[in-house]
Design a binder for this molecule. Structure first.
Ligand code: SAH
Length: 423
């Protein structure tokens, strides 16, 4: 979501003929986009703003956008008086006001819902992988999560708006569409004629576009994985065989305190249906370790579910108490050293499963999407249908096909190596 927001902010500056620089000291405008899901990122924001203030040109304007901006509000100006603007995740479309009049100070942290999508300038060129937000906010109220506070209640964009953005993206460079939402599979829009559209309708319509080769969506809430959506994995080959469906914990007690009211059996049943629909589908999860009251036995259940489902490409986090959330006030907060220990054990388990899955890919031919050069600039990076990174030698003619059949030749925990089938 933040990648998308940053991209739209960059496009607004682009439309004003500004050019990007990597050098803070050279910039005329500096915008820090921020995330407040965990405390660590939030803490870094103000030290980073202090560094920017001390490095930037005296007349360069600078400000903060995103969820930390919403959370800090006017307090941000007290902490860093030189700031020119503080804009929340639903009001960064107000940025041109500050560009028109750099002497004003702009504070807007309103939850406007969908207003920004109407006001942002039309996209003119889309990245190969284009993120398309289809809804904002979340109604689930997981007890650890700050999102309902920072991004507000859940609202779905209209089917026509989403398809207009998707068509523009397809016509201006997109090959892969990733539908975005805090609760993306809860997408539901009813038009003026009473017709209701769901995520499966967006997928079906997008798959008709010849330019679009791959479709995915993130992040999904387990109990909203309805049969019409699962069916898409069976009938729509462009929908990638990969799904992020966070379980967060393998302990029913912890899940209940998290206010994630699904049973392990119910969750595993959804995975069964998904595997029946698309036998090679791979599932990814987010995990939180050290949630208040989590015992060793609870944590064992998380390791157990990770091994049973054989998750790949997962994210794991130490529980981080957040303002405005119920869990921050719960008794039996888990000490930092235990959280750290559990995270290391879970990461080891997930890495081992990932390595085993990556090794099963050796000798397979996968159709992959070009992502760019690797860090050394000597190789090409491709993304497999399961979202693994695959490193390929540069072909002699210097070309890099956008989509290519790649035979996997080697694998480790972090990535695959492969070679083009056609060269
Ligand atoms: N609905 C969004 C939530 C974004 S937060 C999504 O599923 O992508 C992404 C992940 O951060 C969550 O799935 C959760 O695992 C983790 N997270 C959220 N709040 C957290 C907290 N207070 N402490 C630790 N991890 C948290």
């Amino acid at each position: 979501m933040n990648v998308y927001d940053s991209w739209r902010i960059a496009a607004m500056l682009d439309a004003r003929d500004m050019i990007a620089t990597n050098d803070v000291a050279d910039a005329d405008i500096i915008i820090l986009n921020t995330c407040s899901v965990r405390e660590k990122a939030t803490n870094k924001v103000f030290s980073e703003l202090g560094r920017i203030r001390d490095t930037k040109k005296p007349d360069a304007i600078f400000g903060i956008v995103g969820c930390v901006a919403r959370e800090a509000g006017a307090n941000a100006f007290h902490r860093i008086p030189e700031l020119n603007f503080v804009l929340g995740p639903q009001s960064y479309h107000k940025l041109p006001m500050i560009l028109d009049d750099p002497d004003t100070r702009l504070l807007n942290i309103d939850l406007t819902g969908l207003e920004k999508f109407d006001e942002l300038p039309q996209m003119t060129h889309a990245p190969v992988v284009s993120y398309i937000p289809i809804q904002e906010g979340c109604n689930h109220c997981c007890t650890y999560c700050i999102v309902p506070y920072t991004r507000g209640r859940e609202i779905s964009r209209s089917f026509d708006d989403v398809m207009r953005d998707t068509t523009t993206a397809a016509k201006t460079g997109a090959v892969e569409i990733c539908f975005l939402g805090q609760n993306v599979n809860g997408y539901k829009y009813t038009d003026e004629n009473g017709k209701t559209f769901k995520l499966s309708d967006l997928i079906r319509a997008t798959a008709q576009m010849p330019e679009i080769q791959r479709i995915r969506f993130t992040s999904s809430y387990p109990t909203e994985m309805t049969d019409d959506l699962i069916e898409m994995f069976a009938v729509e080959p462009k929908l990638l065989p990969f799904l992020n469906m966070p379980i967060q914990s393998g302990s029913p007690d912890v899940l209940e305190r998290m206010n994630r009211p699904y049973s392990l059996d119910g969750y595993l049943e959804i995975i069964n249906k998904l595997r029946n629909a698309r036998p090679d589908i791979q599932i990814s999860s987010d995990f939180i370790v050290g949630f208040p009251g989590e015992t060793d036995a609870d944590f064992e259940q998380t390791l157990d579910i990770a091994r049973r489902v054989r998750y790949i490409n997962s994210y794991s986090f130490k529980y981080s108490p957040r303002p405005h959330t119920a869990a921050a006030l719960m008794p039996n907060q888990v000490p930092e050293n235990i959280k750290r220990e559990r995270l290391a054990i879970l990461d080891n388990t997930l890495n081992e499963i990932q390595r085993e899955f990556n090794e099963t890919c050796i000798n397979k031919v996968l159709i992959c999407l070009y992502e760019g050069a690797d860090k050394t600039g000597r190789h090409l990076l491709y993304r497999t249908p399961y979202m693994q990174q695959c490193i390929v030698a540069k072909p002699k003619d210097g070309t890099a096909p956008t989509m290519a059949e790649i035979k996997i030749t080697a694998a480790n925990r972090a990535s695959l190596r492969g070679k083009f089938v056609l060269y």
